[in-house]
Design a binder for this molecule. Sequence first.
Ligand code: UDX
Length: 449
Amino acid sequence: MKLVMVGSGYVGLVSGVCFADFGFDVTCVDVDESKIARLETGQLPIYEPGLDQLLAENVQAGRLRFSTDLAAAAANADAVFIAVGTPSRRGDGEADLSYVFEAARQVARVAKPGTVVIIKSTVVVGTCRKVKEIIAAERPDLDFSVASNPEFLREGSAIEDFMRPDRVVIGVHDKRGESILRRAYRPLYLRDSPVVVTTLENAELIKYASNAFLAMKVTFINEVADLCETVGGNVQEVARAIGLDGRIGAKFLHAGPGFGGSCFPKDTRAFAATGQRYNAPLRLIEAVISVNEDRKRRMAARILEQLGSDARGKKVAVLGIAFKPNTDDVREAPSLDIVPRLIEAGATVVAHDPEARKQAQAVLKGVVWAEDAYEAAEGADVVAVLTEWNEYRGLDLKRLAKAMRGNTLVDLRNIYRPEDLEETGLFYISVGRPSLGEPRRQQASVQAV
Ligand code: UDX
C-alpha cells in the first residue's frame, strides 16, 4: 500500500516512519523545505529516542521518502493521512483547523478514485464530516472516503506507543475506510492490539476525552499534594495506594509543577470550548485548566520564597526546561511560566537541560546556560528541579551542595528520596511531602554571572 503523511511534525514523522517499518511505501510531506531537506539527509528536526535509527533503516530499505510536493505524493496514494498541527486559536482556545482544511483541499485536487483521506490530527468533533464536505465540493466527481485515526503517542516514548498501543481507534463512515485502516494496522494484530471501529464523531471525541481525562488525573493528584503539604501527608504514598485500585490505576499520578506540552494544554482548552459551543459545558475540564495555570504561578512563588524578601542578587539553578524528560519540546512547559517570574523578581537564573536548550533559547530570554547540573549549581542560592531527567536522579547531592552558595533544593518532580539527602546539609523541599533539613539564608551579594 502507498501511504502519504501530510505534516512531518512529532505525530506525522513518527507515524510515517512506523508505517514504513510495517512494510508500507510511505512519503512524508511537509511545507517546510528546510525540514524536508534535513530529513532527506537523515537529520531529525525533533528529539525522539530511537527515531533516527528507525528512519535511517526505512530510508535505506527504500520504503520511506520525504517531499514538499503534496500533489505528486498524494496523486497515487491509497491512503493520505493528514497530521498537520491544530494549535489553540488565540482568545477562545478553540482548535485552529485551517491547516487541516487546506491540506484536505490540496489532497482533493489530486486524489485518485478510491482514496481514503485519514485525519490523524487532533480535531474537534464534526471536523471529519466537514473535511468530507470540503473534498466533495472540490471534486464532485471523486469517489473517496474519509476516516479518523487519532494518535495516542507520548513524546519521548512515541515509537513504543505506536508499536504497542493500548488500542487503535478507527472512525469511519464506510467499509472502505475501515478496510484500509485495518490493513494499515495489520502488523499490530500479531500483538493483539485492540482495534476500536466506531463513527467519525466518536473517534474525534475519544481523543479529546482521553487527553482531558489524563490531564484531570494529573491535576487531581497535584491538588491532593497541596493538601498533603498542609496536613503532613506524603502524596507519593497516597498516590501509590489509590493507584493499586484497578479502577484508578497507578499511571499519571505523579504530582509535579503542572502539566505542559503541545497536547494537554491545547486539548483541554479545545475540549472545554467544544462543551461551551454545544451547550454541554465540561466544568471539570474548565477547572483543570484554571487549576493548572494557577499551579505553575504558585510553583514559581515556592522557589521565590526561598530567596528571602528580595530576590535581587540571588541566583537560582534550574535543572530541566523541557515539559517532560526524553524530549526537546518546551511548548507550554511549566518552566516557561516559572523562569520568567524568577527573572522578573530580580533573580539570576542559570539553566540546564540535556536536550531542550536549543528549543528553549528561542523562547526563554535572560537565562544563563550551563553545560551540566553542577556548573549550574555554582554559587546558587537555590537549585530547582523542573524536569525529571534521569541524569538528575543520579546527581551527587553532596557535590551539588558544595558548589552552591545557599543550601536549598526545590524538587518539583519528587525525584529524590529522604535517604538521598542524608549528610548533604541541604534544605529539601518537594511536592506533597514534608520538607527535610534547615534553610541557610544568605545576604544578597552574589557577583553578576
Ligand atoms: C500526551 C498523551 O499522554 C498522549 O497520549 C497524547 O497522544 C499526546 O499528549 P505528551 O503530551 O507527550 O502525551 O506527554 P505526557 O507524558 O502525557 O505528559 C503530559 C504532561 O503531564 C507533562 O507535562 C507531564 O510532565 C505531566 N505529567 C504526566 C505529570 O505531571 N504527572 C504524571 O504523572 C504524568
